[in-house]
Design a protein around this ligand. Structure first.
Ligand SMILES: Nc1nc2c(c(=O)[nH]1)N[C@H]1C(S)=C(S)[C@@H](COP(=O)(O)O)O[C@H]1N2
Ligand SMILES: [Mo]
Length: 262
């Protein structure tokens, strides 16, 4: 008998929800990276799990996508709009803060603020584009929160900007719509479910620390969502739209779980 077997079985009440969700995210990461899939779970094993006789990779993909959509629904049902992400003291801020994108830092988009506008479309009554000056006239909120990247690092930073709820009210958004989508200057895109968009800590961040967002971290506007993994925090946002069709996202459409709550 190994040492593992000597340990008393873990009590179910000892397992926290967050542990469970982290485990789900980890499981999905393993399932969705096709190479790891081959290493960890055979088609036969997945056939047993799904109860289908899977013959090819297309069918495997379908089952994995279906599992992920089921995971979205479970996470959406567990999401509490009044549960706040942890906040930290200024002394805990990570310095230097890590950069991440699907390209190297030198290639971060160089945006001329004179030309930049936040375009607004979809299920909203006021589609007038926003300049940075006009955005700064709206009420701002600050947060020191932890950014968690699915690649296995996390860092604490301070962001401030307009609560997305306040912005959605300002543009007369239909709050009964299901999704808010974002498009970025670098081909990146992402989207949020409406309850997360309305969460008090979801902000259209204009500042990082006490200054305007630097180029690397999303100048001039980044969506900061501390209840979601890093990849659902789009930087260099140029367009926002409200819709009932799930807009997906850059990583989401490559198999990363769409909801990806933390
Ligand atoms: N426009 C844009 N936004 C993006 C990305 C990107 O490649 N382009 N990468 C995402 C990922 S995976 C992470 S972890 C964070 C990194 O943000 P940071 O550079 O501020 O640490 O940005 C997210 N938002
Ligand atoms: Mo990330």
């Amino acid at each position: 008998m190994s040492r593992e077997d000597d340990k008393p079985p873990r009590k179910p009440e000892g397992i926290r929800l967050t542990d469970h969700r982290t485990a789900l995210v980890k499981l999905e990461r393993r399932l969705f990276l096709r190479s790891s899939l081959k290493a960890t779970l055979s088609v036969g094993a997945l056939s047993m799990l799904s109860g289908c006789d899977l013959q090819d990779n297309d069918q495997v993909d379908k089952v994995l996508w279906a599992m992920s959509r089921w995971n979205d629904r479970v996470q959406a049902a567990l999401f509490r709009s009044d549960k706040l992400a942890p906040t930290y003291a200024a002394s805990q801020i990570t310095n230097p803060f890590p950069f991440n994108a699907f390209y190297d830092e030198v290639n971060a988009p160089d945006i001329d603020i004179a030309d930049w506008r936040l375009e607004v479309s979809g299920m909203v009554s006021d589609k007038k584009p926003w300049t940075i000056e006009r955005l700064r006239t709206l009420p701002q909120a600050a947060q020191i929160t932890r950014h968690i990247c699915i690649e296995g690092w996390s860092a604490i930073g301070q962001w401030s900007g307009i609560p997305l709820r306040t912005f959605l009210q300002a543009i007369g958004a239909d709050m009964t719509a299901k999704y808010v989508g974002f498009k970025c200057a670098d081909r990146y895109y992402s989207s949020l479910d409406m309850p997360t968009a309305l969460h008090p800590q979801t902000i259209l961040a204009l500042d990082f620390g006490n200054e305007a967002l630097p180029t690397s971290y999303g100048f001039p506007l980044k969506v900061r969502v501390p209840t979601k993994l890093g990849f659902k925090n789009p930087k260099h946002v140029v367009a926002l739209y409200v819709t009932n069709q799930n807009p997906g996202g850059y990583w989401e459409d490559q198999g990363y779980n769409w909801f990806s709550g933390v």
